[in-house]
Structure formats: structure tokens, C-alpha cells
Ligand binder design. Structure first.
Ligand SMILES: [Zn+2]
Length: 293
């Protein structure tokens, strides 16, 4: 019924589950592979092609090369337009530990980033969403692309930054979920079958709202991490940390990495270890949440 809040929830366009899953698998197969000289340009070109202007929705792209130890690397970003002024910001890192294919870490995050960009290029969210693919997250905070990018932003405001970390590993075995602090296992599930939202105190209203909408698709738990994550240092281990340090609202979306996935940073981090239903549910959950932010 028009006018009833549920009506507005129903009209949010959701992609077909199986079509989205095929799209995500296609992205994973391009990205999660042995690194060859063409791997990095291939990821960049996927990012540049995904949100070309379509219909009434335009997209702009910006490629920012940066230097790390004298070697040029690239952060690529582009934007899906909306009518508001302050950007939502979605990002994932695309590098991987040498010697691994990085299927979960972090081809899964980039696959979801590309699927979200495709969706919101065709179905604009209320406010513009900027997407970015960062390089060199594995090199550590000082050299990573997200820290460079956050510095380049200067005083430009960001409404909310979401860092898409490893999103494709689920283990339904009881006891499969570990935690970085004793006591957390009494507050959170012992089974690794959920996505976690880790945000700073400033982002608390967004944590609640996003977990509400993501929870319609996949079990979702939120974890506040105050003082820029210094109280639980493991919560700083991704691209959102540079935005916490900038004073922005920022949230990491994650399958909790090595606290669940035994293939973390190993040659076994391959597509056949991922749960594609789980990845697709997470992507649908993010589409629902971003449509309502
Ligand atoms: Zn990693």
C-alpha cells in the first residue's frame, strides 16, 4: 500500500539471486588467480568498465597512481550518482599476499564491490556512492592505497565509509568461530556462519541500520570498536582504519578472516573453498542496506 513504510521497502529493486551469483563468480574467476603481468591491469579495467554511463545514471572515474618504494601502484575510484550531496563511500582492496590466489582475501570483496557498482549505476541510491578499489593493503598501513587516498581527500567530507573485507567464507561447524578477546565468545556466535560489521562509535546508528537490512539476507552481527580500534587492534586490519583516523564514520564488513578461515594467507585460499550462497546473500544484504541509508 503506497504510504505505508513496507511499501517503500518492497519497491527497492533487488537483482535475481542466481544471476547475481553468476556475476559474482565471473568476477572471482577473473581476480582470484595466479598473479601474472596482466593481473593488475585486468582488475583495473574491470573496475573502469563496470560503471560506464548507463541510461540516466552517469559514472565518473578517477585513477590515482601513487608511489610505494618507487613502484607505481593504482587506486581506482568511480562514482554512481544520486541526488544528495555527501558521498557514501564503498571500498575494497584488490591486492593479495604473494603466492596466493586470494579468493576470499580479497577477490570476494572486489567481486561484491563491482556487483554493487553495477547495481547502483542502474538503480541510483538516494545519495551518491563513491566506489574505490585500493592497492597494497597487504603492505601495511604506512604504504597502503587507502591511507594514501584518505590523505588525498584532505577535508572533503564522507558520510560513511564501508570497507569490504573477505566476504565469502562460512563454516557452519559449531565452535568454528574464534575471537580476538576472551569474553567476546559469550556475546557473539560460536559458529562462523555470519557477517560482522565492525564500526567506530560514531558509526553506531549506521551499524544498527545496516545490520537490520543485511540481516534480512544473511545473519549479521555488529561490533563497536572505539578509540580508532586501538582497544582491539585486530579490528584495524583493513582499509577503514585510515578513515577512522581521519575522523569519519567507517565500518568494516567481514567474514572475520583468520578468526574463521583456515586458508587465510595461504595457497589454499581458492574459489572452491568459498560459499557462493553466503557471498551472494551478503551482496544482496548490502544492496538492501545501501538503498535505505
Ligand atoms: Zn590479507
Amino acid at each position: 500500500m503506497p504510504g505505508h513504510p513496507d511499501y517503500w521497502i518492497q519497491i527497492v529493486t533487488q537483482p535475481d539471486f542466481l544471476a547475481l551469483q553468476q556475476q559474482l563468480l565471473g568476477h572471482l574467476e577473473q581476480i582470484a588467480r595466479e598473479r601474472d603481468p596482466f593481473w593488475r591491469p585486468r582488475v583495473i579495467s574491470m573496475c573502469s568498465n563496470i560503471s560506464k554511463p548507463s541510461g540516466a545514471t552517469g559514472a565518473v572515474r578517477r585513477f590515482t597512481p601513487f608511489n610505494s618504494g618507487g613502484v607505481p601502484f593504482i587506486t581506482t575510484s568511480w562514482m554512481c550518482r544520486g541526488s544528495g550531496r555527501v558521498h557514501r563511500f564503498m571500498a575494497a582492496t584488490y591486492d593479495a599476499v604473494p603466492g596466493t590466489r586470494g579468493a576470499d582475501d580479497n577477490a570476494s570483496g572486489i567481486a561484491v564491490l563491482l556487483a554493487l557498482a553495477q547495481h547502483f549505476a542502474n538503480n541510483p541510491a538516494p545519495d551518491p556512492i563513491r566506489f574505490a578499489a585500493f592497492d597494497l593493503e597487504e603492505m601495511g598501513y604506512a604504504q597502503c592505497g587507502s591511507a594514501q587516498y584518505a590523505r588525498d581527500l584532505g577535508s572533503e567530507p564522507i558520510r560513511l565509509m564501508l570497507s569490504l573485507e573477505m566476504l565469502g567464507y562460512r563454516d557452519r561447524t559449531p565452535g568454528s568461530q574464534q575471537y580476538p578477546l576472551t569474553g567476546l565468545d559469550r556475546l557473539y556466535p560460536k559458529t562462523g556462519d555470519y557477517l560482522a560489521l565492525v564500526g567506530n562509535f560514531k558509526a553506531l546508528p549506521d551499524l544498527l541500520r545496516i545490520s537490520h537490512f543485511m540481516g534480512k539476507q544473511v545473519p549479521t552481527w555488529w561490533i563497536p570498536s572505539g578509540f580508532k580500534g586501538e582497544l582491539i587492534p585486530t579490528t584495524r586490519r583493513s582499509d577503514h582504519a585510515a578513515f577512522w583516523d581521519r575522523g569519519d564514520r567507517a565500518i568494516m564488513v567481514t567474514d572475520t578472516a583468520d578468526l574463521r578461515n583456515p586458508h587465510y594467507h595461504s595457497a589454499q585460499d581458492q574459489i572452491n573453498t568459498l560459499d557462493l550462497d553466503f557471498l551472494t546473500q551478503g551482496c544482496l544484504g548490502l544492496i538492501g542496506a545501501l538503498s535505505h541509508l
